[in-house]
Design a protein around this ligand. Structure first.
Ligand code: ADP
Length: 395
């Protein structure tokens, strides 16, 4: 090898080793070595694990005219041949006298690609109108093929590592979930057991008022347990992304008015003020979105009793913006970042029932709509929840 080629190779290695994206690295690699090895197109075909057939994973037109996409077809049959024979192949066109269209004169050079020791794909170089590949060109092409293999292997390893990290995170969450949940289940069960045992005691007789009081506690705690189990199942389905969403065009002003109607029937002193601009229907799961509104109403009733609720809705470009404000006691700033976490409840707030799952569920539902939800609050002034939903989520 001459000094010039060696220097070029060294410089290419030097330039490329730090680039993270495998496709950008390959682009640069092929362009950098064009002075040494000329070709028009290159395509990498990898085995699709689903179909077990070769699919184009990378294609570039480096040379004269023609787009890479159009030329992928040139290499497909040849790529399958290289794959089947598991060895480097060269294919020269049958010479046609006076053929002037060089695009009909494809010179192909293909190498099998191995990831680890498994045959996983093929790389094909194409030259239109020749010349034939020289010994040096074949070596250089082979070097590029090895390089491409290493890059693809690195990409596969990176993906595997990120999958593993996500599984580990999931396992940690699961651990937290189990310990929190057993505590959450024990509390209402403890009340139910304690008060029913007291009522059943033969050596004590309770007056009617006390019996009613105990039974009311048992009743409320059983409701709390039911709600907790429902929310837990819901949050587990949302967490594991197994909850089905049914998207259809809906007008969310109608949805929120329906929910408000239901809530005000139950809580007659609740005053809701609407400030809703004309809206177009947006693509959403109306059932799940009403669940979000129900949670916000139920929180306002619990944590801002007697306060007015102001609801704003407007379309800004292709986004629906919703604000849901109460004039309740508000939430201290230090607690705001945790509000949407699973099981989080603001310490020291006294209320009859709650699981700390409501806002978590809201957030997961909004995320499934590719939207955003956040909160702003001022102690003594009130709390406002904001939601932004794209009119046409990419689902
Ligand atoms: P839960 O209501 O079951 O406790 P959420 O996830 O719905 O759980 O709410 C988390 C916490 O956020 C609540 O425990 C409460 O302390 C606080 N919070 C929610 N909404 C409001 C509100 N409108 N005003 C004041 N605090 C609120």
């Amino acid at each position: 090898m001459d000094l010039h080629t060696l220097t070029t190779l060294h410089d290419v290695f030097d330039q490329l080793h730090g680039i993270q994206d495998w496709k950008i690295t390959l682009d640069k690699l092929f362009v950098s070595l064009r002075g040494e090895f000329v070709f028009d197109n290159v395509a990498i075909y990898l085995v699709d694990p689903q179909t077990s057939s070769l699919e184009v994973a990378y294609a570039r037109a480096v040379g004269r005219g023609k787009t890479a996409e159009a030329d992928v077809a040139w290499g497909e049959t040849f790529a399958n041949e290289v794959f089947a024979k598991e060895k480097m192949l060269m294919q020269h066109p049958v010479p046609v006298p006076q053929e002037t269209d060089r695009l009909l004169q494809a010179y192909l050079l293909g190498f099998p690609m191995y990831i680890g020791s498994r045959l996983e794909g093929v790389i094909v170089f194409i030259r239109f109108g020749g010349p034939e590949y020289s010994e040096t060109h074949i070596r250089l092409a082979s070097l590029q093929a090895y390089w491409a293999m290493a890059l693809i292997e690195r990409k596969a390893l990176k993906e595997a590592r990120s999958d593993m990290e996500s599984v580990q995170r999931q396992m940690r969450l699961q651990d937290d979930f189990v310990s929190t949940i057993s505590h959450e289940l024990r509390t209402p069960l403890g009340f139910i057991k304690g008060y029913s045992t007291s009522l059943l005691r033969q050596d004590t007789s309770w007056d009617e008022g006390t019996q009613r009081e105990f039974l009311t506690i048992i009743d409320e705690e059983a409701d709390r347990l039911t709600k907790l189990i429902e929310d837990m199942l819901e949050s587990a389905r949302l967490e594991s992304k197994t909850m089905q969403f049914k998207f259809s065009p809906v007008r969310l002003d109608g949805v929120i008015r329906d929910v408000a109607q239901r809530v005000t029937t139950l809580h007659s002193n609740l005053r809701v003020v609407f400030d809703i601009q004309p809206l177009e229907p947006i693509s959403a799961d109306s059932l799940r979105i009403s669940q979000v509104f129900e949670n916000l109403f139920s929180n306002a009733v619990k944590y801002a009793p007697g306060a007015n609720i102001h609801i704003g809705m407007q379309m800004v470009d292709a986004e629906l913006r919703i604000s849901f404000a109460d004039q309740g006691p508000g939430i201290a700033e230090a607690y705001l970042p945790f509000l949407f976490e699973r099981f989080y409840r603001v310490p020291g707030v006294r209320t009859e029932a709650g699981t700390g799952l409501g806002l978590y569920i809201c957030r997961q539902i909004i995320l499934a709509h590719h939207g955003k939800i956040w909160v702003e609050s001022v102690l003594g002034r009130g709390t406002t929840f904001f939601i932004e939903l794209p009119a046409h989520p990419p689902v």
